[in-house]
Design a protein around this ligand. Structure first.
Ligand SMILES: Nc1ncnc2c1ncn2[C@@H]1O[C@H](COP(=O)(O)OP(=O)(O)OP(=O)(O)O)[C@@H](O)[C@H]1O
Length: 827
C-alpha cells in the first residue's frame, strides 16, 4: 500500500512522453522521490478532501479511530518497497526490452547475460503471442482439461510441454469467466472519430449531465449526478459493473478506443503528478454548505430527480437508477444482459497467454492490429477500457440484487446480515445513489498512486467505510485510468473473507469513489515493526501467510495475478484476520482448468516435500516437525487416516495416497505478461529479466513475504534498488542463522524462491501444492477464518478528537470561503 511518506519509485520516462510505438530507443529509467513529488504536488485530492473535511462538521458523528492506524502514520513504510510500473507494451510486442538503462546497470552487476538472453528471446518470438481472443479463451474456460498423457516419467518442464487437451464440456460454457456474454470485440475499437467528443463529454463536467439537485445547479456546488448505472449484483464470476444505461455503454465504447490507443503508446504511468503539470489539472469544486443541506433534504423528500440528461438520451430507462435496477432485477431486464451488451462491444484481450496454450483466431488477430498487444494489467483489461464511461457519473452497488429494494436479497448471502450492506441499500433505496455528501470523512487513511483513501462514515448509519477517492481527470491525463478501472473491476469480482468488499462505487464530475470495507488494524508492515525483533514468530507468520495463500488462490482462480504482494498491502481487519488490498497492479487473464496427473518425478518431489526430515529418519513423533507447533502432527489428517499408530512414519509409498490422484489446477499458470511492475525487493527474477511472467510471480513474492515476516527483512535487498534487482537475479538464497526458523519454513521458502519460474513451487500446480507443504501441516484451511489470529487490533476509540478538521493542519491548498460556499480546489 502506498503511504504518504517518502518513497522512491522507478518511472519510465516513456510513460509520460510518447516514444512512439515503434521506437526501439532505450528508455531511460529515472528515479523519483515520492516525497519530492509530494512536496511539489501536495497530494492534491487528499488535500482538497481534507479541506472538504474541514468544512464539514464531523464532531457530532461518532468516530472510530484505530490506534493502530494512527501509529501507522508515525511508522512510515519502507521507502524501498514502492511499486514499480514500467510498462511499454508496444515494445514488448516487438521484443524490445522495456528498460535498457536498467539492463545496462544490471550488466555491470553481472547479470547482463541473463538479460540479453531474455532480450534475444523476446526478439525472436512474439512475446505477446497472438493470444486467444477473450471470447475464445472464455469459451474454452472450463471446457478443457489438460492431461499429461499419463507420462509418468516427465520432469516438471516436460510435463508442461506434453499436455494434451481433452474437451469435457461444451465450449460455450464459461462459468469461471470474469466476464459474461463475451462476444465479438471488433466493434469495441471502432468509432475513433467520436472518441474525442466522448472523452470531452466525460471529462468536462459541464457537458455531462445535469446536477442531481436544483441546488447543485448553482456554480458553487458539487455537480453530483446519479446515473442510473448500477453495478452488477453478480459481481463474482461475471464480476463487473453493469450498465443499465445505453448511453453509458456508448460512452465506454468510444472512450475505450481513444484511451486504449493513447495508453498503449505511452504505457501506464507510474508517478503522481508533478508540479509542472499541476495547473493543467486545476479544477474548482465547491461545496455549498447550504446547498448540501438542501440537497440532502431534497433527496430525502423526492430523491428521484437525477440524471436528466441521460434519461433523455436513453428513454428506455427511468430517471432513477434504483428504479431501473429494481425493474431489471424483477425480470424485465436482467442485469447480466446489460453486461453482455457492454462486453460485446468492448471486449479486449487482457493478457496474452502462453502461445502453446493459446489458439489464436481471426478475431484476435484483427483486434490486436488495432490494439497493440498490451499485456499490462491496465492496458489489457477489457472492462477497464470499456467502463471508462462510468466515470462520467454513476452509482454502482457491488454484490447486491436489491430486489424490491430490500437489503436482504444479496448475492452474497453470507453477507446479507452485514449492517454495512443494509446501510448501503438503505441509501440506495431512499436516495437513489451516492455522492460525497452522503459520507462524513473522518480521516485520511493513506494516499496511493492513483487515489487517496479516507475513513468515512455513511451519514446517519454509523457504518464506517474506506472511501477511495480518485480524480478522474488526473487519472486520464496521467494515463492511470485503466489501473483504476481494473482495480475497481477486480474489487467488484471479489467475495472472499480475506479480500476487500467493494460496497459501492460512485462518481461525481471529477471524482471516482470506491466505498470499500474498512480495515482498522493497519497493515502487516507496521504490525511487523511492532513485534520483538521486528519479525513475527513462526506461528504468527504461518497464520498470515496461510490466509494470504487462500486469498491468492482465490484471485488466481478468478484469473487475477496479484503481482504486488508485500506486507504493506496486507491490511488487518478488526478481528485480526487479514485483507489483501491494492489491485491496481494486478494482471487479469483467463484461466483454463487443468487436470494434472502426477508424474513419478512429481510424486518423488511431493514425497520429499511432504515427508520432510521425517522421511529420512526413524522419527515417529508426530510433533517433531514443528517444535513451535505443538499441536501440529507430522502427518496430514488424510495420511493419518490411512496410518496406524504403529506406522506413522512417512513412507514414500504412503505418498501415493496423496499424489496419484489427478489434480485440477484452476490458476493462470500459463498467463504471460511482460510488464515491469512490482516492488524492487519483491520483484521476481523473470520480471527483472523481462522473460515474461505469469502466476508464478505471486509465488515468488509469497516466498519473499514469508521470509520478511520471519526474518524481518527481505532476502535480496541491496544498498540500492539496482543492486537489489541484481541480487534477485544472481544471488543465491541465504538464511540468517538467527532467528532460528524451522526446516519446513526454510524448505518452503527455498521452493518458492526458485529463480526459474517453471521449477518454482506452486508454478505448475498452484496454491494447492503449497497448501500441502509440511509448513502448513495440521492447519485446517477450511476453518482458518475461525482460528484465533495472533493479534487483534486494539479497541476503537469513538471519542478520539478529529484532527483533520483543524484548519491549521490543512496543507498545500488554499482554502477559501465565499459566503456560505466553501471552495474545494482540486490541483
Ligand atoms: N480498506 C482499507 N482500510 C483501511 N485502510 C486502507 C484501506 N484501503 C487502503 N487503506 C490505506 O490507504 C492507503 C492507500 O491505499 P491505496 O490502495 O490507495 O494506495 P496504495 O496501497 O499505495 O496503492 P497504489 O499506490 O498502488 O494505488 C494504504 O496504504 C492503506 O494504509
Amino acid at each position: 500500500m502506498g503511504s504518504s511518506g517518502g518513497a522512491s519509485e522507478i518511472v519510465e520516462s516513456g510513460e509520460e512522453f510518447n516514444y512512439g510505438i515503434y521506437s526501439n530507443r532505450p528508455r531511460p529509467l529515472r528515479v523519483k522521490l515520492k516525497e519530492d513529488e509530494g512536496k511539489s504536488r501536495g497530494c492534491p485530492i487528499e488535500d482538497d478532501l481534507n479541506r472538504l473535511i474541514e468544512t464539514i462538521d464531523l464532531r457530532s458523528s461518532p468516530r472510530i479511530l484505530s490506534p493502530w492506524k494512527m501509529a501507522h502514520d508515525i511508522q512510515r513504510k519502507d521507502i524501498s518497497k514502492k511499486p514499480i510500473i514500467v510498462n511499454a507494451p508496444q515494445d514488448s510486442v516487438f521484443g524490445i526490452s522495456d528498460s535498457v538503462t536498467l539492463k545496462q546497470a544490471l550488466r555491470r552487476l553481472c547479470i547482463s547475460q541473463a538479460s540479453e538472453q531474455a532480450a534475444m528471446k523476446r526478439s525472436i518470438k512474439p512475446i505477446g503471442s497472438p493470444g486467444a481472443s477473450e471470447a475464445d479463451t472464455i469459451k474454452r474456460l472450463f471446457a478443457t482439461l489438460i492431461l499429461d498423457g499419463s507420462k509418468s516419467d516427465l520432469s516438471v518442464d516436460e510435463v508442461e510441454n506434453k499436455f494434451s487437451e481433452v474437451s469435457i464440456a461444451p465450449k460455450n460454457i464459461a462459468p469461471n469467466s470474469p466476464k459474461k456474454g463475451v462476444s465479438s470485440p471488433h466493434t469495441a475499437t471502432t468509432a475513433p472519430k467520436a472518441t474525442k467528443t466522448r472523452i470531452q463529454d466525460v471529462i468536462a463536467p459541464s457537458k455531462v449531465a445535469t446536477p442531481l439537485h436544483n441546488s447543485a445547479s448553482t456554480s458553487n456546488t458539487f455537480k453530483t449526478r446519479i446515473q442510473d448505472v448500477i453495478a452488477t449484483p453478480s459481481a463474482r464470476g461475471s464480476g463487473h459493473s453493469m450498465l443499465a444505461s445505453e448511453l453509458g455503454i456508448k460512452r465506454k465504447s468510444n472512450l475505450k478506443a481513444s484511451t486504449s490507443s493513447s495508453e498503449t503508446k505511452t504505457g501506464v504511468n507510474k508517478r503522481c503528478m508533478s508540479s509542472a503539470i499541476k495547473p493543467t489539472f486545476r479544477n474548482n469544486l465547491s461545496l455549498t454548505k447550504k446547498g448540501r443541506q438542501e440537497f440532502t433534504l431534497s433527496m430525502g423528500n423526492s430523491g428521484r430527480s437525477v440524471n436528466t440528461e441521460e434519461s433523455v438520451k436513453s428513454p428506455s430507462k427511468t430517471n432513477l437508477g434504483t428504479k431501473k435496477f429494481i425493474s431489471a432485477a424483477s425480470g424485465t431486464t436482467k442485469p447480466g444482459d446489460a453486461i453482455c451488451t457492454k462486453r460485446k462491444d468492448n471486449v479486449t484481450d487482457k493478457c496474452v497467454r502462453n502461445p502453446d496454450n493459446c489458439s489464436p483466431d481471426k478475431t484476435t488477430g484483427a483486434r490486436t492490429n488495432k490494439t497493440p498487444r498490451s499485456k499490462e494489467k491496465g492496458d489489457c483489461s477489457q472492462s477497464s477500457i470499456s467502463s471508462l464511461g462510468d466515470y462520467s457519473s454513476s452509482t454502482s452497488i457491488s454484490g447486491e440484487s436489491n430486489q424490491s429494494g430490500s437489503s436482504g436479497n444479496v448475492i452474497r448471502p453470507h453477507m446479507s446480515k452485514d449492517v454495512k450492506w443494509i446501510a448501503i441499500h438503505h441509501v440506495l433505496n431512499h436516495l437513489g445513489g451516492f455522492g460525497l455528501m452522503n459520507f462524513k470523512l473522518i480521516k485520511k487513511l493513506g494516499c496511493g498512486d492513483i487515489g487517496t483513501v479516507y475513513l468515512a462514515e455513511l451519514s446517519g448509519s454509523g457504518c464506517l467505510f474506506a472511501l477511495k477517492v480518485m480524480d478522474v481527470e488526473f487519472l486520464l491525463s496521467r494515463k492511470k485510468i485503466l489501473r483504476a478501472q481494473s482495480e475497481r473491476e477486480i474489487l467488484q469480482m471479489l467475495d472472499h473473507p480475506f479480500l476487500p468488499t467493494l460496497y459501492a462505487h460512485f462518481t461525481t464530475d471529477n471524482l471516482s469513489c470506491l466505498v470499500m470495507e474498512y480495515c482498522p488494524g493497519g497493515d502487516l508492515h507496521v504490525l511487523r515493526q511492532k513485534q520483538p525483533g521486528r519479525r513475527f514468530s513462526e506461528p504468527a507468520a504461518r497464520f498470515y501467510v496461510a490466509e494470504v495463500l487462500l486469498a491468492l488462490e482465490y484471485l488466481h482462480m478468478l484469473g487475477v495475478i496479484y503481482r504486488d504482494l508485500k506486507p504493506e498491502n496486507i491490511l488487518v481487519r478488526e478481528d485480526g484476520h487479514i485483507m489483501l488490498s491494492d489491485f491496481d497492479l494486478s494482471l487479469r487473464c483467463t484461466v483454463s482448468p487443468t487436470l494434472l496427473r502426477s508424474s513419478s518425478l512429481g510424486r518423488e518431489e511431493a514425497a520429499k516435500r511432504m515427508s520432510g526430515p521425517c522421511a529420512e529418519s526413524s522419527c515417529i513423533n508426530p510433533y517433531c516437525l514443528h517444535p513451535s507447533f505443538s499441536q501440529v502432527s507430522c502427518f496430514t489428517p488424510r495420511l493419518l487416516s490411512h496410518s496406524t499408530n504403529k506406522n506413522r512414519k512417512m513412507r514414500p509409498d504412503s505418498m501415493t495416497q496423496v499424489s496419484p490422484l489427478p489434480q485440477i489446477v484452476v490458476e493462470p499458470t500459463d498467463a504471460r505478461s511482460n510488464s515491469f511492475v512490482g516492488t524492487h525487493e519483491y520483484l521476481a527474477p523473470e520480471i527483472i529479466k523481462g522473460d515474461g511472467h505469469g502466476s508464478a510471480v505471486d509465488w515468488w513474492t509469497y516466498g519473499i513475504f514469508l521470509y520478511e515476516l520471519l526474518y524481518g527483512r527481505t532476502p535480496f535487498k541491496g544498498p540500492g534498488n539496482e543492486e537489489t534487482l541484481a541480487n534477485v537475479v544472481c544471488q543465491s538464497l541465504k538464511f540468517p542463522e538467527t532467528p532460528v526458523v524451522s526446516v519446513h519454513a526454510m524448505d518452503l521458502m527455498k521452493g518458492l524462491l526458485v529463480k526459474e519460474p517453471v521449477n518454482r513451487f506452486g508454478a505448475v500446480k498452484g496454491a494447492a501444492e503449497i497448501k500441502r507443504h509440511p509448513f502448513f501441516e495440521g492447519l485446517n484451511w477450511a476453518l482458518i477464518r475461525c482460528t484465533a489470529p495472533p493479534e487483534v487490533p486494539g479497541g476503537f476509540d469513538p471519542g478520539t478528537p478529529l484532527t483533520v478538521g483543524k484548519k491549521k493542519e490543512v496543507k498545500c491548498l488554499d482554502f477559501g470561503k465565499n459566503g456560505e460556499d466553501v471552495e474545494i480546489e482540486l490541483f
